[in-house]
Design a protein around this ligand. Sequence first.
Ligand code: T3D
Length: 292
Amino acid sequence: MKTRPQAAFSDLVSPRFFLCRPALTMSDALILSNTQRGVLTLTLNRPGALNSFTTAMHGELLAALNAAAGDSAVRCVVLTGAGRGFCAGQDLSDPAAAPDLTPGAQPKDLGALVARYYMPLVQRLRTMPVPVVAAVNGVAAGAGANVALACDIVLAGESASFVQAFSKIGLIPDAGGTWLLPRLVGRGKALGLALLGDKLKAAEAERLGLVWQCVPDAELAASAQALGERLAGLPTRALAATRQAMDAASLMSLDQALAAEAQTQGQLGASHDYLEGVSAFFNKRAPVFKDR
Ligand code: T3D
């Protein structure tokens, strides 16, 4: 039997969520949800299959993210996994994706599956009106790794690892991997990771700049909550605009980026949070940001 350090996120998951959804029990829900002090923690909950994605889990995760996007009480989202893994990517046994191994059988349309499920998920993460933190509590493989890397800040427990598992089953990195990886670590390292599919440990991922910080496993849940609360206290609209501006600027000339910055600054300069930030600065008090 494998014994690995287990993140303590289950401690944060409130039974209240299940009580208000009588059709579900704790073990049925594929996404566990808990909000504390403006931080919504979403936990991928298929630990027996390392939280790999089924179409059903995709549906619940996207619904939870959409609900969070429309809920002004949520000022940061933390995404993590139940049990010893973060997410092993596509569930290779899900009927939607599993190849029919009978000779001559029609191949599954993986392109349609990726376009229907992974595209909207990554697009949703990159357009959330609040910051999104990935708290990677164990192995993150295939699309599971790239979903984590699509989040704004990635915290990794020291036993976490990242595997671009695609090449081992004859695929290319998806869920944004071809775009994200070279931007995070440069073309050379990105190709090395993608072609070889080796397991990258959390400490090395931090050294390469693939993740923000590697923390002791026992501290991951508390660190993610503390980081989430810090982000929740910042001017949310400006944070989302910062992500949007940086993503857009990566495809622009300097002149175009300067013009885009001026345009966005023009919008943010008319916000409550700008007035509040400047007022708090001159009055030497803590700001209270409200915009979403
Ligand atoms: O549909 C499409 O294919 C297009 C979309 C593609 C997106 C993708 O994500 S493609 C990449 C899919 N993911 C993988 O190829 C990763 C497969 N898993 C692994 O390589 C390893 O499991 C890990 C490196 C992630 C972890 O290894 P280890 O030794 O810690 O755990 P394990 O013993 O291999 O797995 C534990 C259990 O989870 C095991 O089940 P069992 O034997 O205890 O009943 C294993 O079968 C299951 N599991 C792990 N990954 C998946 C999975 N079951 C279904 N799908 C998985 N991806």
